[in-house]
Structure formats: C-alpha cells, structure tokens
Design a protein around this ligand. Structure first.
Ligand code: ATP
Length: 449
C-alpha cells in the first residue's frame, strides 16, 4: 500500500464508548443508576467472552488427554474457606480520606501521606482489614450458623473433590482438573471497566504431579503453554510480560510463581497467575476435614500427596484484553490527499463475535436480498454470521468496528456469474469467489489455530 498509515493506542474512554455503542459491555442495572463493580455483556460481548472461554477450554481440556473438566457449586461448606485461609487471611487493607471520603486499597497507594484524589495531606484514617468474601445466608435463618460465602475462587471446589474426580475419571498424576466459573470478591475499589469487578469468571487449571522431582519442569511447561495460548489468539507479545515472583513475593509453600501481565492503557495489570503450590491445598483440606485426599499409587503401593501446579486466568480481564489489544484506529491519506479513518478490531477469527457478514448491495432489490439471505442462511451454523444490506462502505465500517474478519457482498453480477465479493478485514483485500466454493474458502481461513 502506498498510503501513509498512522496507528495510535486506544484510551479507556474510547474502549468504554465502543463497548457501550456496539453492545459489548453495559453497566449492570443501568436504568437504576448502576451498581459499582458489576457489568453485563451485550450481544457482541457475550459472544466474545464465550469465544474466549471456548478458546481456553479447547486448549486446556479438549485437545489434551490428561485434563478432565469439572463444575463445582458457587456456595460451598463454610469450612472450605476456613481450611483455605480465606476467612482469616483474605483481606485487603483499606483507608478512607477524611476530606473527600474516597476509599483506597493501601497497596494501591504510592504514598500514604497525600490523598491522590483531593490532594489533602495526612487525611487518611487508620488502615482497616477488609475481608473480600461476599456473604449470604443459606436456609430460612439469618444467623452465624447459616452464614455462607460466595466463592472468591473456583479452585477450592476442585481440591475438596480431588479424590472423587481421580477415582471416577480413573486418572493418576500427572493429570489436571479444569473449571471455568463465577467468582465473587467484594473489591474495595473496582474499576477500569471489567478489569476489577466484584463478580467475575475464572478459568482455573489445577495440575497434580507426583512428588518425583519433576514438578518444576511441569510448572515451566505450563508457563510455555500459556504463553503460546496468548500468542495463538493474537495478543501482542510486546504488551505481555511474564513476571517471575521473587521468594519474598511468593507464599512460603510455593517453589515458583509467574504473573502474566498485559500493558493496559493505564499500565501493567495481571491477567493470570501461574503458581507452584506444593501440597499446601490438599494438606489444608485433609487437616480440617480429617479425610484422606492422598493418591494411592497401585504400582509402588505408596500413598502420597500430589504437588499442585495452578494456572488461574480471569476471563473478564482476558476478554477486555482481547478487545483492547485488537483495537486499532487507522488514519490514512489516500492518493488524492484525502484523510480517512477507520476503527478496526483485529480479532482472531475464532474469537470474533461475528465471523462472516453477508450483504445485499441494495435494499429494495428482492432478487439480491433473497440471494444474500439464502447465502447467509447456508453459512449460519457453520460460522457466526450476520445479514445486512445497504451502503457497502458503511456496512464495512460497521463490521470493521466489531471485528468481523470476512464480509461477503452479493451484487448484480452474482445473479449471472454465481460469484460474490469476499473482503478481508485486515488487508481490506477483495476477491471474487464462486458461491459454491464460499463455505470451503471461509473454512480455510476461519479455524482454530
Ligand atoms: P489482583 O492483585 O489484581 O487483585 P489477585 O492476585 O488477587 O488479583 P488471583 O487471586 O491470582 O488475583 O486470581 C486469579 C485471576 O483472577 C487474576 O489474575 C484475575 O485475572 C482474576 N481476578 C481476580 N480478581 C478479579 C477481579 N476483582 N475482577 C476481575 N478479575 C479478577
């Protein structure tokens, strides 16, 4: 291309506006003024998030023979959270500014002297511990005996079921258990759209390995697999980093830990944590429940507690990352010197909410409309499709803005030569393809990496 193209980084205001305008993300219960830390996914957002979860599920569970799926309840026996340490230790320290009344997480403050919001000096209250678990009551009585918690992570459901799972799935370490599900945390300062929310989804893999000295190698292999995952689905490597936790930053029982971080418009933020957790979690549940969660190795007639490697990724943060990372505002000057701008989301075709848009060149021409609708119907079920009609330039712009990789246009020639124009989103290249060959052509270009 001989056009001058400049690219610039998106701001959170632009992402939030696009998310609302196109139906990716809405504030929860907006007509009542919203509720802090909760969001709803609109039609395109729901599809996008589902595709991100499918991409994780496929790579972590479906294409492997050593990982089994699991789905545990959100509310568990409260002793679960005693054993896991969440009741005693799942705190953030918070302070309030006495002047502007804003609340902050201590570990998010650069200095504890001056309020970053109103600038007042020494205006903070004494720090207080704040437990992040959301509480509810189970049954008709609202007392301490009926207190229960909405899970702050999905992993504990896996740990307490470890024996049920390996026995029924007939698995022996090394093997993994994977789950995607909702988690809840009463965050002190939710913010940055869906980055920090109070209700979110986690995709967690708990991989159990024998205590034969190979655990660190397995940890490294999972870090590599997760690196590959982000790269396969197009997250730019220069905006990703794998931060290695130091011994001081890791819990005492952990031999290694990596935070996967993305460079958001406001700075680096955690997407996922990959951790070597030793035998800590199974030990804790065995201790409090008095039940045996060890693995019995028939071959060696030996019982042992498997070592755990965990990968815990936030699906809302990953979906937001996909949206931000895919965003590009292209400004070009055409050969006549005219400035043009297009907003395009460069989603991987398997992540894109709509994969193929089919257009009729004109609105009021039944023969074109019928033909285009017929093509869209035949592609539906094979791909995520959308039918539209009207001004082709405007239709392309709309599909670029929601990240549709392929647009198919039915025009007058289509009626005689049985071909259509297929336009590719990123290169904007257009090709004539025969209608008979269309599905095969699209399948070649829209597939799992
Ligand atoms: P942070 O330090 O950002 O509060 P964390 O270290 O407490 O996160 P983990 O407990 O390691 O997070 O949870 C694993 C993953 O779950 C995180 O990497 C993140 O993607 C996701 N997650 C955790 N808390 C939230 C939240 N409040 N909103 C959205 N996603 C979250």
């Amino acid at each position: 291309m001989d056009e001058d193209t400049t690219k610039e980084r998106v701001t959170m205001d632009e992402i939030t506006a696009l998310a609302k305008r196109r139906g990716f993300i809405f504030q929860s219960s907006e007509i009542y003024g919203g509720i802090g830390g909760f969001y709803d996914y609109g039609p395109l957002g729901a599809a996008l998030k589902r595709n991100v979860k499918d991409a994780w599920w496929r790579e972590t569970v479906e294409i492997r023979d050593d990982v089994v799926p699991f789905d545990s309840s959100i509310i568990m026996h409260p002793d679960t959270w005693k054993a896991s340490g969440h009741i005693d230790q799942f705190h953030d320290r918070m302070v309030d500014c006495k002047i502007c009344k804003h609340r902050f997480r201590m570990d998010h403050l650069k200095s504890t002297e001056q309020c970053p919001d109103c600038g007042s000096k020494n205006s903070f209250t004494e720090p207080r511990n704040f437990n992040l678990m959301l509480r509810t009551f189970v049954g008709p009585m609202e007392d301490t005996a009926s207190t229960a918690y909405l899970r702050p992570e999905t992993a504990q459901g896996i740990f307490v079921n470890f024996k049920n799972i390996y026995q029924t799935a007939r698995k022996r370490p090394p093997f993994g258990i994977a789950q995607i599900g909702k988690s809840f945390r009463n965050e002190i300062t939710p913010g940055n759209l869906t980055f920090r929310v109070r209700e979110f989804e986690q995709a967690e893999l708990e991989y159990f390995v024998p205590d034969d000295g190979g655990d660190l190698e397995v940890f490294k292999a999972w870090v590599e697999r997760r690196k590959m995952w982000y790269s396969k689905f197009g997250v730019k490597s220069e905006r990703l980093r794998f931060y290695e936790l130091t011994a001081e930053e890791r819990p005492h029982y952990a031999k290694a830990g990596i935070d996967v971080e993305y460079l958001f418009p406001w700075g680096w933020g955690e997407l996922e944590s990959i951790a070597h957790r030793g035998t800590y979690d199974l030990d804790a549940h065995m201790h409090l429940s008095g039940k045996d969660l060890q693995f019995f190795d028939e071959a060696n007639k030996k019982k042992y507690t498997p070592i755990l490697i965990e990968s815990s990724a936030g699906m809302d943060r990953t979906t937001l990352t996909m949206l931000i990372d895919a965003y590009e505002k292209e400004r070009s000057t055409d050969p006549n010197g005219k400035e043009t701008e297009r907003v395009v989301l460069h989603f991987h075709p398997m992540i894109a909410p709509v994969q193929v848009a089919v257009f009729s060149l004109a609105r009021n021409k039944p023969e074109l409309v019928d033909r285009a609708r017929g093509i869209e119907e035949r592609l539906r079920g094979k791909f995520r499709t959308q039918y539209d009609e009207g001004n082709i330039g405007q239709l392309y712009r709309r599909q670029d803005e929601i990240g549709t990789p392929y647009c198919v246009t039915v025009d007058y020639d289509s009626l005689t030569d049985q071909t259509v124009t297929v336009r590719e989103r990123d290169s904007m290249r257009q090709e004539r393809i025969s209608i008979d060959a269309l599905a095969a052509y699209l399948r070649q270009n829209i597939d799992w990496p």
